[in-house]
Design a binder for this molecule. Structure first.
Ligand SMILES: Nc1ncnc2c1ncn2[C@@H]1O[C@H](COP(=O)(O)OP(=O)(O)OP(=O)(O)O)[C@@H](O)[C@H]1O
Ligand SMILES: [Mg+2]
Length: 377
């Protein structure tokens, strides 16, 4: 079997990647209790924290247990429709039906949508009718829907999605999912949705049935080290202990950064890859860190693009000036939250770069020194 790797692209898979048990990163007991109690809830965290990995593991866990029919669906494709409800909801419905095929081998949602009753149903009702149909297919095993990238949707499409889920809520679990989990970077409560009519509708009002918001955090220092040690266990290649405090301060446990640095040290460094008997030293680590920052790999590249947007620049301007101000009062709340969602900076109790690598990125792109977090205890 091929050697496992540190994952830097997409959700992590146990057969391919070094992995911390995704279900140990959340309070599984609490999640199971919420499902048991037929609650709807939110799971949120900034980009590249491991949300999708958790949802996929949760689906597998619930289905293995056999009590529920759990389905993961990513509805990101509905984003392209912007505020066009017809196109947006159709895309979301297709994504759910397609997921049922892929993960559950169930083609009946697609049948309903493309060849059955669903064809004649208006977009304003299509999603709730699809979920009702799906839930009724097997009353002995209530449906649990894990909806990913919900806040990729905007405007009237997002409002319609939230309202359709709310509309069916009272019919659960017989004729609607026992639980719907909404996953994205932001808590639903904090959505401010610009409707086509010019109103701003808050997520809390469009979706007032949310019982709980669970936030996925970064890795602890112990988890960070444990993930890297999986490489040592698998290959025998050891890391200098002096790496741990650096790694911890550079990443603050940000999951993608922890993996990307691991990948640089153990894979991109060819000498170290070809000779697993050679220990990884602090000097190797520093060189890997430099390469990672210079390479602007995937996630860093996306953050770089964001840093070039004027609204982002505006929000973090006080940070660049070395100031202590929270943010420029001229920045709109939308902009501040947009920046917060990227995970680039932490805004509380005062604004600072979220970790040392992001601080370096901000310096490089915007050409000014910024305050990095102090060492973790
Ligand atoms: N359980 C885990 N163990 C180790 N690394 C993980 C784990 N979960 C996630 N990661 C790291 O985080 C990265 C992103 O994972 P995932 O796609 O699940 O996050 P996400 O929060 O859904 O991201 P996005 O917001 O971009 O959709 C992975 O490529 C991997 O580097
Ligand atoms: Mg994801």
């Amino acid at each position: 079997m091929a050697e496992k790797q540190f994952n830097t692209v997409g959700p992590s898979k146990p057969e391919l990647h070094y992995l911390l048990d995704p279900l140990a990163r959340v309070d599984l007991q609490e999640i199971e209790a919420l499902i048991e109690a037929q609650r709807y809830f939110v799971l949120h965290a900034p980009r590249q924290t491991g949300k999708t990995t958790v949802l996929l593991a949760l689906m597998e866990h619930l289905n293995a247990h056999g009590r529920y029919r759990a389905l993961y669906a990513n509805i990101e494709t509905a984003q392209a429709a912007r505020g066009n409800v017809e196109r947006g909801i159709t895309a979301a419905c297709s994504a759910i039906a397609r997921s049922a095929q892929v993960y559950l081998g169930d083609t009946r949602l697609d049948d309903w949508l493309l060849r059955g009753e669903g064809r004649a149903v208006e977009a304003e009702e299509k999603l709730s009718r699809l979920l009702a149909h799906w839930s009724q297919l097997d009353p002995a095993r209530p449906a649990v829907l894990l909806l990913d990238e919900v806040d990729a949707l905007v405007g009237d499409t997002l409002i319609s999605l939230l309202r359709q889920i709310r509309a069916g809520y009272a019919q659960r679990p017989q004729a609607f999912p026992q639980t719907v989990v909404l996953c994205g970077v932001r808590d639903v409560r904090d959505y401010r949705i610009h409707s086509g009519g010019g109103d701003i509708i808050t997520g809390g009002s469009a979706f007032n049935i949310k019982a709980e918001s669970l936030r996925l955090g970064n890795f602890s220092r112990e988890e960070t080290v444990a993930l890297w040690r999986q490489h040592t266990e698998a290959t025998g290649q050891v890391f200098d202990e002096a790496i741990w405090p650096e790694l911890s301060q550079d990443t603050q446990g940000q999951p993608w950064l922890v993996n990307a640095l691991g990948h640089e040290c153990t894979w991109k460094d060819k000498a170290l890859r070809l000779n697993r008997a050679q220990p990884v030293t602090l000097a190797h680590y520093w060189a890997a860190r430099e390469r990672l920052i210079q390479s602007r790999a995937t996630h860093l590249d996306q953050l770089t693009d964001k840093l070039r947007e004027p609204r982002v620049h505006r929000v973090i301007a006080p940070l660049l000036a070395g100031g202590q101000a929270l943010w420029d009062p001229l920045s709109s709340i939308d902009d501040v939250e947009y920046v917060e969602d990227t995970g680039l900076v932490a805004l509380r109790p005062q604004m600072r770069a979220a970790n040392r690598i992001y601080a370096r990125l901000i310096e490089q792109v915007l050409g000014r020194d910024v305050q990095a977090p102090s060492p973790t205890a």
